[in-house]
Design a binder for this molecule. Structure first.
Ligand code: NG1
Length: 561
Protein backbone atom coordinates (compact mmCIF):
# COMPACT_ATOMS: atom_id res chain seq x y z
CA UNK A 1 0.00 0.00 0.00
CA UNK A 2 1.93 3.08 -1.17
CA UNK A 3 0.70 6.20 0.53
CA UNK A 4 0.05 9.59 -0.97
CA UNK A 5 1.91 12.27 0.93
CA UNK A 6 4.42 9.73 2.14
CA UNK A 7 7.76 11.05 3.28
CA UNK A 8 9.60 7.77 3.36
CA UNK A 9 11.98 8.67 0.53
CA UNK A 10 13.22 11.88 2.11
CA UNK A 11 16.10 12.23 4.60
CA UNK A 12 16.02 13.31 8.24
CA UNK A 13 16.22 17.11 8.20
CA UNK A 14 19.33 18.92 9.40
CA UNK A 15 18.16 21.80 11.56
CA UNK A 16 20.47 24.72 12.06
CA UNK A 17 18.57 26.23 14.96
CA UNK A 18 16.39 24.87 17.71
CA UNK A 19 13.35 26.83 16.58
CA UNK A 20 13.30 24.71 13.38
CA UNK A 21 12.23 21.84 15.61
CA UNK A 22 10.80 23.24 18.83
CA UNK A 23 8.23 25.84 19.67
CA UNK A 24 9.83 28.83 21.36
CA UNK A 25 10.90 27.62 24.73
CA UNK A 26 13.96 28.82 26.65
CA UNK A 27 14.31 25.58 28.55
CA UNK A 28 15.18 23.76 25.30
CA UNK A 29 18.42 25.69 24.82
CA UNK A 30 19.52 25.08 28.38
CA UNK A 31 18.71 21.38 28.00
CA UNK A 32 21.02 21.16 24.97
CA UNK A 33 23.72 23.09 26.81
CA UNK A 34 23.43 20.59 29.65
CA UNK A 35 23.76 17.71 27.21
CA UNK A 36 26.94 19.18 25.75
CA UNK A 37 28.51 19.91 29.14
CA UNK A 38 27.61 16.41 30.41
CA UNK A 39 29.23 15.05 27.27
CA UNK A 40 32.42 17.00 27.84
CA UNK A 41 32.71 16.11 31.49
CA UNK A 42 31.96 12.38 30.95
CA UNK A 43 34.31 12.04 27.99
CA UNK A 44 37.31 14.04 29.16
CA UNK A 45 36.74 17.24 27.26
CA UNK A 46 35.74 15.66 23.93
CA UNK A 47 33.20 17.66 21.93
CA UNK A 48 30.12 16.20 20.28
CA UNK A 49 30.36 15.69 16.54
CA UNK A 50 26.64 15.22 15.95
CA UNK A 51 23.49 15.84 17.92
CA UNK A 52 20.16 14.26 17.00
CA UNK A 53 16.70 14.10 18.51
CA UNK A 54 13.70 11.85 18.04
CA UNK A 55 10.30 12.21 19.73
CA UNK A 56 7.91 9.94 21.57
CA UNK A 57 4.45 9.49 20.15
CA UNK A 58 0.84 9.17 21.09
CA UNK A 59 -1.26 6.73 19.14
CA UNK A 60 -4.69 8.20 18.48
CA UNK A 61 -6.18 4.95 17.21
CA UNK A 62 -5.01 1.56 15.93
CA UNK A 63 -3.67 -0.40 18.89
CA UNK A 64 -1.84 -3.71 18.52
CA UNK A 65 -2.44 -3.96 14.83
CA UNK A 66 0.87 -2.72 13.41
CA UNK A 67 2.49 -6.13 13.87
CA UNK A 68 -0.50 -7.61 12.05
CA UNK A 69 0.25 -5.42 9.03
CA UNK A 70 -2.59 -2.92 9.49
CA UNK A 71 -2.24 0.86 9.35
CA UNK A 72 -2.24 2.89 12.56
CA UNK A 73 -2.82 6.58 13.31
CA UNK A 74 -0.34 8.20 15.69
CA UNK A 75 1.25 11.64 16.01
CA UNK A 76 4.69 12.62 17.29
CA UNK A 77 4.65 14.53 20.60
CA UNK A 78 6.90 17.31 21.87
CA UNK A 79 8.68 15.09 24.45
CA UNK A 80 11.83 13.61 22.96
CA UNK A 81 15.23 12.00 23.42
CA UNK A 82 18.34 13.98 22.48
CA UNK A 83 21.67 12.30 21.81
CA UNK A 84 25.18 13.67 21.34
CA UNK A 85 27.81 11.51 19.64
CA UNK A 86 31.48 11.81 18.88
CA UNK A 87 33.97 9.51 17.19
CA UNK A 88 37.66 9.56 18.08
CA UNK A 89 39.94 8.17 15.40
CA UNK A 90 43.15 6.19 15.88
CA UNK A 91 46.30 8.19 15.42
CA UNK A 92 47.89 7.35 12.10
CA UNK A 93 51.06 5.28 12.41
CA UNK A 94 50.47 4.59 16.12
CA UNK A 95 51.00 0.80 16.32
CA UNK A 96 49.65 0.46 19.82
CA UNK A 97 46.42 2.21 18.86
CA UNK A 98 46.14 0.25 15.63
CA UNK A 99 46.00 -2.97 17.57
CA UNK A 100 43.70 -1.83 20.36
CA UNK A 101 40.04 -2.79 20.13
CA UNK A 102 37.65 0.09 19.49
CA UNK A 103 35.02 0.89 22.13
CA UNK A 104 31.48 2.26 22.40
CA UNK A 105 30.85 4.27 25.59
CA UNK A 106 27.31 5.20 26.55
CA UNK A 107 26.25 7.64 29.27
CA UNK A 108 23.19 9.60 30.36
CA UNK A 109 22.81 13.15 31.63
CA UNK A 110 21.03 11.59 34.63
CA UNK A 111 23.95 9.28 35.35
CA UNK A 112 22.72 8.28 38.79
CA UNK A 113 19.50 6.81 37.54
CA UNK A 114 20.83 5.63 34.19
CA UNK A 115 24.31 4.33 34.80
CA UNK A 116 26.95 4.44 32.04
CA UNK A 117 28.29 1.35 30.26
CA UNK A 118 31.14 0.61 27.92
CA UNK A 119 30.92 -1.97 25.12
CA UNK A 120 33.26 -3.17 22.41
CA UNK A 121 32.73 -1.43 19.07
CA UNK A 122 31.35 -4.64 17.65
CA UNK A 123 28.07 -4.77 15.76
CA UNK A 124 27.84 -8.54 16.19
CA UNK A 125 27.69 -8.48 19.98
CA UNK A 126 24.47 -9.72 21.60
CA UNK A 127 22.13 -7.46 23.52
CA UNK A 128 21.81 -8.84 27.05
CA UNK A 129 18.01 -9.04 27.20
CA UNK A 130 18.09 -10.51 30.68
CA UNK A 131 19.68 -7.40 32.20
CA UNK A 132 17.06 -4.83 31.01
CA UNK A 133 19.68 -2.07 31.22
CA UNK A 134 18.68 1.19 29.49
CA UNK A 135 21.74 1.01 27.21
CA UNK A 136 20.21 -2.06 25.53
CA UNK A 137 18.22 0.32 23.31
CA UNK A 138 21.40 2.16 22.35
CA UNK A 139 22.97 -1.14 21.32
CA UNK A 140 19.82 -1.90 19.30
CA UNK A 141 20.32 1.32 17.34
CA UNK A 142 24.02 0.64 16.88
CA UNK A 143 23.45 -2.91 15.58
CA UNK A 144 20.60 -1.81 13.34
CA UNK A 145 22.87 0.47 11.32
CA UNK A 146 25.12 -2.44 10.39
CA UNK A 147 22.14 -4.72 9.68
CA UNK A 148 20.88 -2.12 7.23
CA UNK A 149 24.29 -1.89 5.55
CA UNK A 150 24.28 -5.68 5.24
CA UNK A 151 20.82 -5.59 3.69
CA UNK A 152 22.10 -3.06 1.17
CA UNK A 153 25.20 -5.20 0.47
CA UNK A 154 27.38 -2.38 1.74
CA UNK A 155 28.58 -3.88 4.99
CA UNK A 156 31.93 -5.18 3.77
CA UNK A 157 32.88 -2.00 1.99
CA UNK A 158 31.89 0.20 4.94
CA UNK A 159 33.78 -1.98 7.43
CA UNK A 160 36.82 -1.83 5.15
CA UNK A 161 36.57 1.94 4.66
CA UNK A 162 39.36 4.14 5.97
CA UNK A 163 36.87 5.78 8.33
CA UNK A 164 35.59 2.62 10.05
CA UNK A 165 39.04 1.04 10.27
CA UNK A 166 40.36 4.04 12.12
CA UNK A 167 37.58 4.29 14.71
CA UNK A 168 39.12 4.24 18.17
CA UNK A 169 36.15 5.10 20.34
CA UNK A 170 32.58 6.19 19.93
CA UNK A 171 30.97 8.20 22.72
CA UNK A 172 27.24 8.61 23.22
CA UNK A 173 25.49 10.93 25.70
CA UNK A 174 21.71 10.72 26.11
CA UNK A 175 19.01 12.88 27.65
CA UNK A 176 15.43 11.59 27.58
CA UNK A 177 12.23 13.49 28.35
CA UNK A 178 9.70 10.81 27.33
CA UNK A 179 8.41 9.21 30.55
CA UNK A 180 9.43 5.54 30.75
CA UNK A 181 6.87 2.75 30.61
CA UNK A 182 4.12 5.23 29.81
CA UNK A 183 2.99 4.02 26.39
CA UNK A 184 4.51 7.13 24.77
CA UNK A 185 7.31 5.09 23.31
CA UNK A 186 10.38 6.21 25.19
CA UNK A 187 12.24 3.11 24.00
CA UNK A 188 11.71 3.85 20.31
CA UNK A 189 12.51 7.53 20.77
CA UNK A 190 15.84 6.46 22.29
CA UNK A 191 16.53 3.85 19.63
CA UNK A 192 15.66 6.28 16.81
CA UNK A 193 17.61 9.24 18.23
CA UNK A 194 20.69 7.05 18.69
CA UNK A 195 20.37 5.53 15.22
CA UNK A 196 20.07 8.93 13.55
CA UNK A 197 22.98 10.39 15.55
CA UNK A 198 25.26 7.40 14.87
CA UNK A 199 24.28 7.34 11.19
CA UNK A 200 25.33 10.97 10.87
CA UNK A 201 28.48 10.54 12.94
CA UNK A 202 29.49 7.53 10.78
CA UNK A 203 28.95 9.67 7.67
CA UNK A 204 26.16 7.42 6.38
CA UNK A 205 22.77 8.44 5.05
CA UNK A 206 19.56 6.39 5.06
CA UNK A 207 16.12 7.53 3.95
CA UNK A 208 13.38 8.01 6.51
CA UNK A 209 11.73 4.81 5.24
CA UNK A 210 14.95 2.85 5.66
CA UNK A 211 15.46 4.31 9.13
CA UNK A 212 11.88 3.44 10.13
CA UNK A 213 12.31 -0.14 9.02
CA UNK A 214 15.77 -0.67 10.42
CA UNK A 215 14.84 0.74 13.84
CA UNK A 216 11.71 -1.43 13.95
CA UNK A 217 13.82 -4.52 13.34
CA UNK A 218 16.69 -3.47 15.58
CA UNK A 219 14.39 -2.82 18.54
CA UNK A 220 13.57 -6.52 18.50
CA UNK A 221 17.08 -7.11 19.90
CA UNK A 222 15.69 -5.71 23.15
CA UNK A 223 13.31 -8.66 23.42
CA UNK A 224 9.93 -7.34 22.21
CA UNK A 225 8.56 -8.25 18.80
CA UNK A 226 7.94 -4.57 18.02
CA UNK A 227 5.46 -3.72 15.29
CA UNK A 228 6.97 -0.62 13.66
CA UNK A 229 4.51 2.17 14.45
CA UNK A 230 6.62 3.90 17.11
CA UNK A 231 9.80 4.07 15.12
CA UNK A 232 8.01 5.18 11.93
CA UNK A 233 6.21 8.10 13.58
CA UNK A 234 9.28 9.09 15.60
CA UNK A 235 11.25 9.35 12.35
CA UNK A 236 8.49 10.64 10.02
CA UNK A 237 6.33 12.75 12.35
CA UNK A 238 5.56 16.33 11.35
CA UNK A 239 4.34 19.42 13.13
CA UNK A 240 0.54 19.92 12.98
CA UNK A 241 -0.14 16.55 11.33
CA UNK A 242 -1.13 13.16 12.59
CA UNK A 243 -0.02 10.36 10.29
CA UNK A 244 -1.50 7.18 8.99
CA UNK A 245 1.44 4.80 9.11
CA UNK A 246 1.30 1.94 6.62
CA UNK A 247 3.43 -1.17 6.57
CA UNK A 248 4.84 -3.35 3.79
CA UNK A 249 6.00 -1.05 2.39
CA UNK A 250 6.34 1.52 5.12
CA UNK A 251 4.71 4.89 4.44
CA UNK A 252 3.31 7.88 6.28
CA UNK A 253 0.23 9.68 5.03
CA UNK A 254 -0.75 13.10 6.38
CA UNK A 255 -3.92 13.18 8.45
CA UNK A 256 -5.11 16.70 9.38
CA UNK A 257 -6.88 16.74 12.74
CA UNK A 258 -9.97 18.93 13.34
CA UNK A 259 -8.67 22.26 14.59
CA UNK A 260 -11.42 22.69 17.18
CA UNK A 261 -10.31 19.56 19.04
CA UNK A 262 -7.52 19.18 21.57
CA UNK A 263 -5.83 15.93 22.56
CA UNK A 264 -4.90 15.39 26.19
CA UNK A 265 -2.55 12.84 27.67
CA UNK A 266 -2.77 11.44 31.17
CA UNK A 267 -0.39 8.94 32.73
CA UNK A 268 -2.18 6.21 34.69
CA UNK A 269 0.82 5.94 37.05
CA UNK A 270 0.82 2.19 36.47
CA UNK A 271 4.22 1.50 34.93
CA UNK A 272 4.16 -0.97 32.11
CA UNK A 273 7.47 -2.84 32.18
CA UNK A 274 7.34 -3.89 28.58
CA UNK A 275 10.50 -5.93 28.28
CA UNK A 276 10.09 -7.72 31.62
CA UNK A 277 6.46 -8.69 31.07
CA UNK A 278 6.67 -9.34 27.32
CA UNK A 279 6.14 -13.10 27.68
CA UNK A 280 2.72 -12.70 29.29
CA UNK A 281 1.63 -9.52 27.51
CA UNK A 282 3.03 -8.12 24.28
CA UNK A 283 4.85 -11.12 22.84
CA UNK A 284 2.02 -13.44 23.91
CA UNK A 285 -0.40 -11.35 21.85
CA UNK A 286 1.92 -11.57 18.83
CA UNK A 287 1.91 -15.36 19.22
CA UNK A 288 -1.87 -15.51 19.65
CA UNK A 289 -2.46 -13.43 16.52
CA UNK A 290 -0.16 -15.63 14.49
CA UNK A 291 -1.91 -18.78 15.72
CA UNK A 292 -5.25 -17.16 14.81
CA UNK A 293 -3.92 -16.41 11.31
CA UNK A 294 -2.79 -20.01 10.89
CA UNK A 295 -6.15 -21.45 11.98
CA UNK A 296 -7.98 -19.02 9.70
CA UNK A 297 -5.84 -20.09 6.75
CA UNK A 298 -6.59 -23.70 7.66
CA UNK A 299 -10.30 -22.87 7.83
CA UNK A 300 -10.07 -21.62 4.24
CA UNK A 301 -8.74 -25.02 3.20
CA UNK A 302 -5.05 -24.30 3.12
CA UNK A 303 -2.77 -27.27 3.48
CA UNK A 304 -1.60 -27.37 7.10
CA UNK A 305 2.07 -27.00 6.22
CA UNK A 306 1.31 -23.95 4.08
CA UNK A 307 -1.00 -22.50 6.77
CA UNK A 308 1.82 -22.78 9.29
CA UNK A 309 3.89 -20.32 7.27
CA UNK A 310 1.27 -17.56 7.67
CA UNK A 311 2.50 -14.77 9.90
CA UNK A 312 -0.15 -12.03 10.10
CA UNK A 313 -3.93 -11.84 10.15
CA UNK A 314 -3.79 -9.33 7.33
CA UNK A 315 -1.97 -11.77 5.08
CA UNK A 316 -4.80 -14.27 5.50
CA UNK A 317 -7.61 -11.70 5.22
CA UNK A 318 -6.10 -10.28 2.02
CA UNK A 319 -6.03 -13.73 0.49
CA UNK A 320 -9.36 -15.13 1.56
CA UNK A 321 -11.68 -12.43 2.89
CA UNK A 322 -12.91 -10.62 -0.17
CA UNK A 323 -9.47 -9.05 -0.78
CA UNK A 324 -9.08 -7.95 2.79
CA UNK A 325 -12.61 -6.68 3.45
CA UNK A 326 -12.68 -6.26 7.20
CA UNK A 327 -16.36 -7.07 7.66
CA UNK A 328 -15.80 -10.34 5.83
CA UNK A 329 -12.77 -11.03 7.99
CA UNK A 330 -14.82 -10.37 11.14
CA UNK A 331 -17.45 -12.79 9.93
CA UNK A 332 -14.79 -15.39 9.18
CA UNK A 333 -13.37 -15.13 12.68
CA UNK A 334 -16.66 -16.37 14.10
CA UNK A 335 -16.53 -19.43 11.92
CA UNK A 336 -12.83 -20.24 12.00
CA UNK A 337 -11.94 -19.71 15.65
CA UNK A 338 -13.46 -21.07 18.84
CA UNK A 339 -14.74 -18.86 21.63
CA UNK A 340 -12.51 -18.88 24.75
CA UNK A 341 -9.01 -20.30 24.92
CA UNK A 342 -7.18 -23.09 23.16
CA UNK A 343 -4.69 -25.17 25.12
CA UNK A 344 -1.30 -25.99 23.65
CA UNK A 345 -2.40 -29.62 23.35
CA UNK A 346 -5.57 -28.66 21.46
CA UNK A 347 -3.53 -26.64 19.00
CA UNK A 348 -0.76 -29.16 18.53
CA UNK A 349 -2.90 -32.31 18.38
CA UNK A 350 -6.58 -31.56 17.72
CA UNK A 351 -5.86 -28.74 15.26
CA UNK A 352 -2.91 -30.64 13.82
CA UNK A 353 -0.34 -27.84 14.13
CA UNK A 354 2.33 -30.14 15.60
CA UNK A 355 5.12 -28.77 17.76
CA UNK A 356 4.41 -25.04 18.24
CA UNK A 357 8.05 -24.43 19.03
CA UNK A 358 8.89 -25.26 15.45
CA UNK A 359 6.34 -22.84 14.03
CA UNK A 360 7.85 -20.03 16.09
CA UNK A 361 11.44 -21.08 15.41
CA UNK A 362 12.09 -21.16 19.15
CA UNK A 363 15.64 -22.38 18.74
CA UNK A 364 16.52 -19.07 17.20
CA UNK A 365 13.92 -16.83 18.77
CA UNK A 366 14.26 -16.56 22.53
CA UNK A 367 11.32 -14.16 22.86
CA UNK A 368 8.87 -16.70 21.40
CA UNK A 369 10.62 -19.55 23.21
CA UNK A 370 9.82 -17.90 26.56
CA UNK A 371 6.20 -17.27 25.54
CA UNK A 372 5.68 -20.94 24.74
CA UNK A 373 7.45 -22.09 27.87
CA UNK A 374 5.41 -19.86 30.17
CA UNK A 375 1.91 -20.08 28.68
CA UNK A 376 -0.38 -22.99 28.10
CA UNK A 377 -3.57 -21.25 26.93
CA UNK A 378 -4.06 -18.96 23.96
CA UNK A 379 -7.11 -16.84 23.15
CA UNK A 380 -7.46 -16.55 19.42
CA UNK A 381 -10.98 -15.45 18.56
CA UNK A 382 -11.03 -12.39 20.79
CA UNK A 383 -7.60 -11.27 19.64
CA UNK A 384 -8.48 -11.58 15.95
CA UNK A 385 -11.76 -9.74 16.49
CA UNK A 386 -9.93 -6.87 18.09
CA UNK A 387 -7.40 -6.68 15.26
CA UNK A 388 -9.95 -6.61 12.41
CA UNK A 389 -12.38 -4.26 14.14
CA UNK A 390 -9.56 -1.90 15.19
CA UNK A 391 -8.21 -1.81 11.63
CA UNK A 392 -11.71 -0.84 10.54
CA UNK A 393 -11.85 1.95 13.13
CA UNK A 394 -8.53 3.38 11.91
CA UNK A 395 -9.89 3.53 8.39
CA UNK A 396 -13.06 5.25 9.58
CA UNK A 397 -11.13 7.72 11.77
CA UNK A 398 -8.93 8.78 8.88
CA UNK A 399 -11.87 9.23 6.52
CA UNK A 400 -13.71 11.40 9.03
CA UNK A 401 -10.59 13.56 9.57
CA UNK A 402 -10.44 14.00 5.81
CA UNK A 403 -13.99 15.31 5.77
CA UNK A 404 -16.08 12.25 4.88
CA UNK A 405 -19.33 12.12 6.82
CA UNK A 406 -19.39 9.44 9.47
CA UNK A 407 -20.91 6.36 7.88
CA UNK A 408 -20.08 2.90 8.94
CA UNK A 409 -20.75 2.12 12.50
CA UNK A 410 -19.06 -0.34 14.69
CA UNK A 411 -21.65 0.40 17.33
CA UNK A 412 -24.82 2.38 18.01
CA UNK A 413 -28.32 1.72 19.40
CA UNK A 414 -30.02 0.36 16.27
CA UNK A 415 -26.99 -1.65 15.42
CA UNK A 416 -26.78 -3.02 18.94
CA UNK A 417 -30.44 -4.11 18.85
CA UNK A 418 -29.84 -5.80 15.58
CA UNK A 419 -26.69 -7.49 16.84
CA UNK A 420 -28.69 -8.89 19.75
CA UNK A 421 -31.19 -10.32 17.28
CA UNK A 422 -28.56 -12.17 15.32
CA UNK A 423 -26.41 -13.02 18.32
CA UNK A 424 -23.40 -10.91 17.38
CA UNK A 425 -21.46 -8.85 19.89
CA UNK A 426 -21.99 -5.18 19.05
CA UNK A 427 -18.49 -3.90 18.42
CA UNK A 428 -17.54 -6.66 16.07
CA UNK A 429 -19.05 -5.48 12.84
CA UNK A 430 -21.07 -7.17 10.19
CA UNK A 431 -19.98 -10.02 8.00
CA UNK A 432 -20.35 -9.17 4.35
CA UNK A 433 -21.51 -12.70 3.65
CA UNK A 434 -24.45 -11.88 5.84
CA UNK A 435 -27.59 -11.00 3.85
CA UNK A 436 -28.36 -8.17 6.25
CA UNK A 437 -24.94 -6.60 5.68
CA UNK A 438 -26.27 -3.21 4.79
CA UNK A 439 -28.44 -2.95 7.82
CA UNK A 440 -28.05 0.33 9.70
CA UNK A 441 -25.07 2.58 9.89
CA UNK A 442 -25.82 4.42 13.09
CA UNK A 443 -22.93 6.83 12.75
CA UNK A 444 -24.78 8.46 9.89
CA UNK A 445 -25.70 11.97 10.96
CA UNK A 446 -23.24 12.07 13.82
CA UNK A 447 -21.01 15.15 14.04
CA UNK A 448 -17.38 14.69 13.09
CA UNK A 449 -16.15 15.30 16.63
CA UNK A 450 -18.58 12.87 18.24
CA UNK A 451 -17.84 10.22 15.66
CA UNK A 452 -14.07 10.44 16.20
CA UNK A 453 -14.58 10.29 19.95
CA UNK A 454 -16.92 7.32 19.58
CA UNK A 455 -14.30 5.44 17.58
CA UNK A 456 -11.73 6.14 20.30
CA UNK A 457 -14.14 4.94 22.94
CA UNK A 458 -14.87 1.73 21.03
CA UNK A 459 -11.18 1.19 20.57
CA UNK A 460 -10.70 1.29 24.33
CA UNK A 461 -13.55 -1.11 24.91
CA UNK A 462 -12.07 -3.53 22.42
CA UNK A 463 -8.59 -3.24 23.98
CA UNK A 464 -10.13 -3.88 27.37
CA UNK A 465 -12.45 -6.75 26.62
CA UNK A 466 -11.09 -8.43 23.49
CA UNK A 467 -7.38 -7.78 23.65
CA UNK A 468 -7.18 -7.58 27.46
CA UNK A 469 -4.41 -5.01 27.44
CA UNK A 470 -5.98 -2.45 29.79
CA UNK A 471 -5.72 -2.37 33.59
CA UNK A 472 -7.74 -0.87 36.46
CA UNK A 473 -5.75 2.38 36.52
CA UNK A 474 -6.18 2.95 32.77
CA UNK A 475 -9.92 2.26 32.99
CA UNK A 476 -10.24 4.62 35.96
CA UNK A 477 -8.40 7.36 34.08
CA UNK A 478 -10.56 6.90 30.97
CA UNK A 479 -13.63 7.30 33.21
CA UNK A 480 -12.09 10.36 34.90
CA UNK A 481 -11.60 12.07 31.51
CA UNK A 482 -15.12 11.19 30.40
CA UNK A 483 -16.70 12.44 33.64
CA UNK A 484 -14.71 15.67 33.29
CA UNK A 485 -16.30 16.32 29.89
CA UNK A 486 -13.95 14.76 27.35
CA UNK A 487 -15.64 13.53 24.19
CA UNK A 488 -13.67 10.29 24.10
CA UNK A 489 -10.72 8.60 25.80
CA UNK A 490 -8.70 5.44 25.36
CA UNK A 491 -5.50 3.77 26.42
CA UNK A 492 -2.64 4.51 24.09
CA UNK A 493 0.36 2.34 23.26
CA UNK A 494 0.78 -1.23 24.36
CA UNK A 495 -1.35 -0.79 27.51
CA UNK A 496 -1.12 -2.81 30.76
CA UNK A 497 -0.29 0.56 32.30
CA UNK A 498 1.02 3.75 30.72
CA UNK A 499 -1.07 6.57 29.29
CA UNK A 500 -4.57 7.50 28.20
CA UNK A 501 -5.25 9.84 25.29
CA UNK A 502 -8.45 11.87 25.45
CA UNK A 503 -10.07 14.24 23.00
CA UNK A 504 -12.13 17.31 23.88
CA UNK A 505 -13.42 20.59 22.50
CA UNK A 506 -10.42 22.93 22.71
CA UNK A 507 -12.19 25.62 24.73
CA UNK A 508 -12.75 23.32 27.70
CA UNK A 509 -9.34 21.58 27.69
CA UNK A 510 -8.04 23.46 30.74
CA UNK A 511 -11.20 22.77 32.73
CA UNK A 512 -10.91 19.07 31.97
CA UNK A 513 -7.28 18.98 33.02
CA UNK A 514 -8.15 20.66 36.31
CA UNK A 515 -10.98 18.25 36.94
CA UNK A 516 -8.91 15.14 36.18
CA UNK A 517 -6.07 16.46 38.33
CA UNK A 518 -8.55 16.58 41.19
CA UNK A 519 -10.40 13.34 40.61
CA UNK A 520 -7.53 11.07 39.51
CA UNK A 521 -4.21 12.54 40.64
CA UNK A 522 -4.79 14.24 43.97
CA UNK A 523 -5.27 10.99 45.87
CA UNK A 524 -2.19 9.58 44.12
CA UNK A 525 -0.09 12.56 45.13
CA UNK A 526 -1.27 12.09 48.71
CA UNK A 527 -0.54 8.36 48.79
CA UNK A 528 2.84 8.81 47.08
CA UNK A 529 1.92 6.74 44.01
CA UNK A 530 2.62 9.88 41.97
CA UNK A 531 5.01 12.71 42.63
CA UNK A 532 3.47 16.17 42.57
CA UNK A 533 6.70 17.56 41.09
CA UNK A 534 6.04 15.41 38.00
CA UNK A 535 2.55 16.89 37.63
CA UNK A 536 3.10 18.52 34.25
CA UNK A 537 4.61 15.31 32.87
CA UNK A 538 1.65 13.29 34.05
CA UNK A 539 -1.20 15.27 32.57
CA UNK A 540 -0.90 17.65 29.65
CA UNK A 541 -2.24 18.94 26.34
CA UNK A 542 -0.49 17.76 23.23
CA UNK A 543 -0.36 18.60 19.54
CA UNK A 544 1.35 16.94 16.57
CA UNK A 545 5.08 17.72 16.72
CA UNK A 546 8.13 17.37 14.50
CA UNK A 547 9.84 14.03 13.93
CA UNK A 548 13.54 13.15 14.10
CA UNK A 549 16.12 15.82 13.28
CA UNK A 550 19.86 16.25 13.21
CA UNK A 551 21.03 19.46 14.86
CA UNK A 552 23.96 21.39 13.63
CA UNK A 553 26.59 21.42 16.35
CA UNK A 554 29.13 24.18 16.35
CA UNK A 555 31.36 24.34 19.40
CA UNK A 556 32.04 28.02 18.94
CA UNK A 557 28.41 29.06 18.77
CA UNK A 558 26.94 25.97 20.40
CA UNK A 559 24.04 24.05 18.92
CA UNK A 560 21.84 26.98 19.69
CA UNK A 561 21.99 29.67 17.08
P1 NG1 B 1 4.64 0.93 23.23
O1 NG1 B 1 3.53 1.71 23.75
O2 NG1 B 1 5.82 1.75 22.89
O3 NG1 B 1 4.99 -0.21 24.12
C1 NG1 B 1 4.05 -1.04 21.52
C2 NG1 B 1 4.79 -1.32 20.21
C3 NG1 B 1 4.06 -0.75 18.99
C4 NG1 B 1 2.60 -1.16 18.98
C5 NG1 B 1 1.97 -0.81 20.35
C6 NG1 B 1 0.55 -1.27 20.47
C7 NG1 B 1 7.23 -1.40 20.46
C8 NG1 B 1 8.48 -0.63 20.37
N1 NG1 B 1 6.11 -0.73 20.25
O4 NG1 B 1 4.15 0.32 21.81
O5 NG1 B 1 4.72 -1.18 17.82
O6 NG1 B 1 2.45 -2.51 18.68
O7 NG1 B 1 2.70 -1.41 21.41
O8 NG1 B 1 -0.24 -0.67 19.51
O9 NG1 B 1 7.25 -2.59 20.72
Amino acid sequence: MGAVGSKQHSRVPKASKLSDVYDNDDSVASRYNKLVSAFKSQFEGEKPKTIARSPGRVNLIGEHIDYEGYSVLPMAIGLDVIVAVSVVMKEEGNVEEDEAKATLSIANVDGEKYTPKKFPFDHEQDVDVKSHHWTNYVLCGFKGIFDQLKKQNKLESVLESAFMKRVKKVMVMVDGKVPLGSGLSSSSALNCAVTVALMDAFELSFTKGELSELTCLSERYSGTQSGGMDQAISIMGEKDLAKRIDFNPIGAMDVPLPTNLTFLIGNSCAVSKKAESAHKHYNLRVVECRLAAILMAKHYGEDIEKAKTRVTLREVADLYCNKGDLWTALGAVRKALNEGSYTKKQLEIDEGLGDLRKIFDCENNEAFNVVLQKNDTFKLRDRARHVFSEARRVHEFQKICEGQSPRYAVSGPIYEQWCKLIGLEPDVGVASDDPTKDFGHPMYGMGKEDALAKLMHLSHESCKTQYECSCDELDELVDAFMSAGALGARLTGAGWGGCVVAVCESDIAEEILADVRKSFYEKRFQSGVANIADGTNLLFKTAPSAGAAILHYDDEKGVIV
